[in-house]
Design a protein around this ligand. Structure first.
Ligand code: SAH
Length: 269
């Protein structure tokens, strides 16, 4: 008997041109596609008339369980997810469900393949220029599954260490306070003029790109379809773009005499 196959597929930020060929072939090989309806409509032209199992935003555990159940029933299943499935995505949930069920990798049980996708952080960075060319941290501001104290500590430490910071889940209709608090925390360690990029709906309808600075972050529209990139102390903006140099202190010579020094507050604490 053929092994039962479950694909966990990253669809990228939205536009089907950023769907990888491997993701496309996994979708084509599947009998059923399980996912949030926004993502299913994103890939309608690829999955055509295939059986789909849609569900709402908050039903991720149910979706993971359903995908596993459908695979056990003998179908080849793709559970789909925006961006990359391993970045705040469905992959870990599926593995948690499998572990709960005593799944074993080598015992002729379900075969699982995680198919990577272009994450929002890369899509946003590309639209902004090159803001993540040095060390960076990615922090979700959603405190639905994570205590706010942990989020605040991560913001504090990333800011102190002069890492560029990518903020996921910055704001929703019910969660409106976190972004302002995050801004305050980062401002304790970083200059108000630090470039900040705000990308809404990257590679989707309604795409909007703003390059501003840390002190003016609150003046722009931000929602659940937004990724924010805060630069480090060497990040500069020009021509509406945001660029973080590869190194500090003139380690490479572009002939412009510009030298940058890291601004770290490690000693201040
Ligand atoms: N797995 C996804 C992340 C899911 S968490 C990935 O790899 O990107 C959802 C958050 O991702 C959103 O709140 C937003 O911050 C970001 N996001 C997802 N798609 C986006 C897009 N097209 N444009 C901008 N931000 C996006």
């Amino acid at each position: 008997m053929l092994p039962k196959r479950l694909y966990i597929v990253g669809l990228g930020p939205g536009d089907v041109s950023l769907l990888s060929p491997r993701a496309r072939s996994a979708l084509e090989a599947s009998d059923v596609i399980v996912g949030y309806h926004t993502y299913l409509s994103q890939i309608r032209e690829v999955v055509g008339g295939k059986e789909t199992a849609a569900s709402g935003m908050q039903q991720e555990v149910a979706r993971a369980k359903l995908a596993v159940e459908l695979t056990r029933s003998g179908k080849t299943v793709a559970v789909v997810c925006g961006g990359d499935p391993g970045i705040y995505g469905m992959a870990s949930l599926v593995f948690e469900v499998l572990r709960e069920q005593g799944w074993a990798r080598s015992a002729g049980d379900i075969e699982v393949e995680v198919v990577p996708g272009v994450p929002a952080l890369s899509a946003a960075a590309a639209l902004l220029g090159a803001p993540l060319s040095h060390d960076f941290a990615v922090i979700s501001l959603s405190d639905l599954l994570t205590p706010w104290e942990a989020i605040a500590l991560r913001l504090e430490l990333a800011a102190r260490a002069d890492m560029a910071i990518v903020l996921y889940n910055p704001k929703s209709s019910r969660r409106r306070e976190q972004l302002g608090i995050a801004q305050e925390i980062i401002l304790r360690h970083r200059a108000p003029e630090t470039p900040v990029g705000i990308v809404r709906n990257a590679h989707r309808e309604g795409q909007n790109i703003v390059v501003t600075d840390l002190q003016h972050l609150g003046e722009h529209q931000v929602d659940m379809t937004t990724t924010i990139v805060v630069g480090n102390s060497a990040t500069f903006s020009f021509e509406g773009l945001m660029v973080t140099p590869r190194g500090y202190s003139g380690k490479y010579d572009l002939g412009d005499g510009i030298r940058t020094e890291p601004r770290m507050d490690i000693d201040a604490h």
